[in-house]
Design a protein around this ligand. Structure first.
Ligand SMILES: Nc1nc2c(c(=O)[nH]1)N[C@H]1C(S)=C(S)[C@@H](COP(=O)(O)OP(=O)(O)OC[C@H]3O[C@@H](n4cnc5c(=O)[nH]c(N)nc54)[C@H](O)[C@@H]3O)O[C@H]1N2
Ligand SMILES: Nc1nc2c(c(=O)[nH]1)N[C@H]1C(S)=C(S)[C@@H](COP(=O)(O)OP(=O)(O)OC[C@H]3O[C@@H](n4cnc5c(=O)[nH]c(N)nc54)[C@H](O)[C@@H]3O)O[C@H]1N2
Ligand code: SF4
Ligand code: SF4
Ligand SMILES: [Mo]
Length: 888
């Protein structure tokens, strides 16, 4: 069965496999210059033709499926002659010098293979376009394979490249019709990755040359968790490309994962431990630094108690690092004052989901995008913040999925949406409640699911009856008809999947926003099945992991409550642990302000720059006696407030694991050596523990040792061994070493008492932060594609040449009313502070609103943001600040 004969040898194949795919697998190379495994076969180059016995004409192997009994010849003399002829035609006018310089390029390999260089000439291109910081375009080397056109359309959905003219004359140009940098390109690098000639080429490849080896690892930026292949030469990274068959990114990356790795070589990277004395930084040895910190922490703890110290884990560092950090806080210091930046991000999601579903993590997987008929995207700008998933959602919609977007801005995906709710910021609950009202009153709910798998129905039904679309529409400033349409779409055109972002969580009712969204999934039975679920688009590469490892004041590793599981952890760590929950980050800052907290050790988190109401944060930091910052760079917190700086390794320089937004644990591999005086975070923490007399608890010599201890504390990851991760990531729960991991949660029941999920009546309480005559504009802060959070890393890469500052996005009519044009500096003033930044007029913003990213340290938008917080978990309300805008 499933047997074919190729060049007189027998092979087996898989159902649905193409001839070309099998040829690659068995290392028989045929040229296929228009082919890319990520694309549907085009078969325009006619080079991959093979002879199939009994079939008259030669067949393109790229799109011919294998069938049992086929007898295939790949290298008959007539075929080879034909191939050589085609490639020879392509070499006409092609520069010989490029073939010599880059012999490994796909097209160049075939030119050499067929011995075609003799008739070629050296040429200097007159059409090189170097306008883009990362991608060089030289269409004198284009062979019209159209891979760039197709991959830009089919993978990224950006439609940048266009074919003009026909036949011999046809040419490929970008949609700017001029300089590439002015096109609509989002710099994902897919076209450059696919181009077989170098007509579209990474500038990094031109500058740094061909790698000697590649190492597979995981992107260091966002929670999508794309797998990367890092090219290494002379022990340095020279380029990064996507892993073709990675489950998450399927051969795709965004600009940050693909290109923005140069920060590891930034001139101002800190590569020596330092102590600040009399306002001067002094470099010291590791022994001196650790000894100094250990003594300070000991004496502060002795004098003021262990709870006078707060420790912050890093959502950018590995699970192993974060496990050590929280274990250090709990066992060495003896406090539960440990947190991470999930606090300011998706903690409301974790809280909401664990309350009503029993588990605080995404219920489904990214692959469910392709299974869904309707996609609901709430408060997430996915093509900017999670670009590879944004591109997957865009492709799903282009293939026919319905899309409901809920966002005050007309985001890129809103332009593709069946329904876009451009609601007033902070009014999610009325909208979700009204959708639930329509689903209930129009009898569209899933009775069996509601009966068998939820509790609270009677109360909910009564509560929701008053939430008519008309009532909600007024509050949200949207049309009631649209609410009915969206509710029907979501309920009837299932499976329906929900993705959500900070537009739900970073509000005073952040936790409740998420609960109100979960209600919709529960009512319609859109949970526990393929193509459904509640899926938070988690922020940083390992924010899901940092929290799950226990960098949280109320839970130990594996989300084990400090209240109920203390004894178990006392057993595991063989020490006594403090009772009661500790302080979270906002509470730590308050305790600092009031003099109760004396010291902080902050790893991989620019707290001062990214917490709201910077004046308030500054006051808190000024009151602290001792601050340790552990980072790669002198971030704002370190520069203003640190007493000690401990330089850490980047994720390219160490082993460990990250956990992505779909609960997938993936292997982070050491790609390049650690700089001489720099250490991985976990090693620094272990050294500190040893210096403070707890060597026995931190006897780890590798990241794997730590992971094995993590496995022993948390049953849901017990089955995930390092060995198993060699072959790709695994999604928890994975209780045994034979278990394959879990792609969909809650298929049978919910891990709550009684096994049912909870429908909850959520009332709407408007935020006190409203527009006033003095502050008439609502400023929403969030992200854009190019920079990442504190900007510490992306501003140290050529991304700064694409996007050199945060811009204040203002509706064009508002801008005119304020007397502002594009590029003018605006002064933005809130109750909390003021700053100046350039204006960008943007029709995606409604009148009376404005939007700004928060990544540029000169702008420092958090001088403006309000100190209001979520009612349950204290996540700041970054999404709403009333401001006044003036010409600066
Ligand atoms: N390029 C890039 N990618 C990133 C990051 C980055 O800095 N840059 N950061 C990472 C991190 S840490 C995170 S947490 C994620 C965040 O990813 P997202 O959740 O996408 O983040 P934001 O852009 O902050 O906010 C999303 C949207 O919420 C909308 N919004 C504001 N108020 C409301 C509201 O009341 N209701 C609704 N429905 N929408 C509202 C905003 O207009 C915005 O479009 O991104 C991660 N990925
Ligand atoms: N106005 C406004 N402010 C916001 C937000 C908003 O929407 N609006 N969003 C908030 C959100 S969701 C978040 S998550 C925060 C993000 O705020 P931060 O967590 O401060 O931002 P990041 O840029 O992700 O990274 C923090 C630091 O980690 C360092 N780092 C990177 N890798 C490692 C490592 O392996 N080890 C160590 N030790 N350090 C490392 C980087 O150099 C950087 O200094 O910002 C919040 N602030
Ligand atoms: S880099 Fe990406 S978005 Fe830009 S043209 Fe190439 S494929 Fe399209
Ligand atoms: S989508 Fe996220 S994980 Fe993927 S390459 Fe971009 S930043 Fe990295
Ligand atoms: Mo975040």
């Amino acid at each position: 069965m499933n047997q074919v004969t190729i060049n007189n040898k027998d092979y087996s194949f898989e159902e649905g496999q193409t001839i070309l795919n099998l040829l690659k697998q068995i290392n028989i190379e045929v040229p296929a210059l228009c082919h890319d495994e990520r694309l549907h076969p085009a078969s325009v180059c006619r080079l991959c033709l093979v002879k199939i016995s009994g079939v008259d004409r030669l067949q393109p192997s790229c799109r011919t499926l294998l069938a049992t009994g086929m007898i295939i010849e790949t290298h008959l003399a007539e075929i080879e002659k034909y191939r050589k002829g085609i490639i020879q035609m392509l070499t006409k006018d092609y520069p010989l010098n490029e073939v010599i310089k880059y012999p490994q390029k796909e097209f160049h390999r075939w030119v050499n293979y067929y011995g075609l260089t003799k008739e070629m000439e050296n040429k200097t291109s007159s059409v090189i376009d170097g306008s883009h910081p990362y991608i060089q375009v030289d269409m004198s080397r284009c062979i019209n394979c159209f891979r760039c056109v197709r991959i830009c359309n089919a993978l990224q959905g950006q439609f940048v490249w266009h074919v003009i003219d026909r036949g011999e004359e046809s040419k490929i140009i970008s949609d700017s019709k001029g300089r590439f940098a002015e096109s609509s390109c989002v710099s994902c690098g897919a076209c450059a990755d696919s181009c077989p000639t170098g007509a579209i080429e990474d500038k990094q490849a031109i500058a740094f040359g061909v790698p000697e080896k590649t190492v597979r690892s995981v992107c260091a930026y966002c929670g999508v968790g794309c797998e990367i292949n890092a090219g290494v030469k002379d022990q340095k990274i020279v380029g990064i490309h996507p892993v073709q068959n990675a489950p998450v990114n399927k051969g795709h990356l965004c600009v940050k994962g693909r290109y923005a790795w140069e920060y590891v070589y930034a001139n101002d990277r800190i590569t020596q431990p330092m102590i600040r004395r009399q306002n001067q930084w002094e470099t010291v040895t590791w022994n001196q630094a650790i000894e100094f910190c250990a003594q300070k922490l000991k004496s502060i703890s002795q004098e003021h108690g262990p709870d006078s110290i707060g420790i912050i884990g890093s959502a950018r560092a590995t699970n192993e690092d974060n496990y050590c950090i929280q274990k250090f806080a709990r066992t060495v210091i003896g406090t539960n004052n440990v947190d991470n930046c999930a606090r300011v991000c998706h903690q409301p999601t974790a809280k909401a989901m664990s309350m009503v579903l029993g588990t605080g993590a995404a219920t489904n997987s990214f692959d469910d995008v392709d299974e869904a008929t309707t996609i609901l995207l709430a408060g997430a700008n996915t093509t900017g913040s999670h670009p590879v998933i944004g591109a997957r959602i865009k492709q799903a919609v282009l293939k026919g999925a319905n899309l409901i977007v809920i966002d005050p801005r007309k985001t890129e995906l809103a332009k593709y949406a069946t329904c876009h709710f451009q609601l007033k910021p902070g009014t999610n609950i009325p909208l979700f409640n009204a959708m639930a009202n329509v689903i209930v009153t129009e009898n569209l709910y899933d009775k069996a699911f509601v009966n068998n798998r939820t509790e609270g129905w009677e109360l909910f039904k009564n509560f929701i009856s008053e939430w008519t679309p008309e009532k909600a529409a007024k509050i949200c400033r949207i049309h009631p008809r649209l609410i009915r349409e969206a509710a029907r779409l979501f309920a009837k055109q299932s499976p329906s999947i929900c993705f959500h972002g900070l537009g739900l969580t970073e509000h005073t009712q952040g936790t409740e926003n998420v609960i109100a969204l979960v209600n919709l999934a529960l009512l319609t039975g859109n949970i526990g099945k393929p193509g459904t679920g509640i899926n938070p688009l988690r922020g940083q590469n390992n924010v899901q992991g940092a929290a799950a490892m226990g960098c949280d004041p109320s839970v130990f590793t594996g989300m084990a409550s400090v209240r109920t599981e203390r004894q178990r952890f006392e057993g595991i760590w063989k020490t006594t642990l403090t009772a009661g929950k500790g302080l979270n980050l906002p509470e730590m800052l308050e305790a600092a302000s009031s003099g109760r907290l004396k010291a902080m050790w902050i790893t991989g988190y620019d707290v001062f720059f990214t917490m709201p109401d910077a004046n308030h944060t500054k006051h808190a930091f000024e009151k602290l006696d001792f601050v340790i910052v552990q980072d790669m760079f002198m971030n704002e917190t370190a520069e203003k407030f640190a007493d000690v700086f401990l330089p850490c390794a980047s994720s390219f320089e160490r082993e460990g694991t990250f956990m992505n937004a779909e609960r997938r644990i993936q292997k982070v591999r050491k790609i390049i050596p650690v700089p001489p005086n720099v250490k991985p975070d976990w090693e620094i923490v272990c050294n500190m523990a040893v210096a403070m007399g707890r060597r026995e608890l931190f006897n780890f010599s590798t990241a794997q040792d730590i992971w094995n201890e993590i496995r022993s504390t948390w049953a849901a990851v017990y089955g995930i061994t390092y060995d198993r991760l060699e072959n790709g990531g695994i999604q928890w729960p994975c209780p045994t070493t034979r278990h394959h991991g879990t792609t969909i949660l809650h298929t049978e029941s919910f891990p709550r008492e009684g096994g049912k999920a909870k429908l909850s009546a959520i009332d709407f309480i408007p935020t006190p932060e409203q527009a006033t005559t003095e502050y008439p504009v609502i400023l929403v802060t969030g992200r854009e594609l190019y920079h990442f959070n504190a900007g510490t890393m992306t501003y140290r890469t050529a991304i700064k040449d694409i996007c050199h500052t945060d811009l204040l996005h203002v509706n064009p009519e508002d801008a005119a009313a304020f007397g502002l044009k594009d590029g003018d500096n605006a002064r933005v003033i809130s109750k909390y502070g003021e700053t100046i930044l350039p204006v960008y007029t943007d029709a995606a913003i409604r009148k009376g609103e404005a939007f700004s990213p928060f990544s540029n340290n000169l702008v420092f938008i958090n001088k403006l943001t309000s100190s209001l917080r979520d009612n349950y978990v204290q996540t700041p309300e970054y999404k709403i600040t009333a401001v006044r805008i003036e010409k600066a």
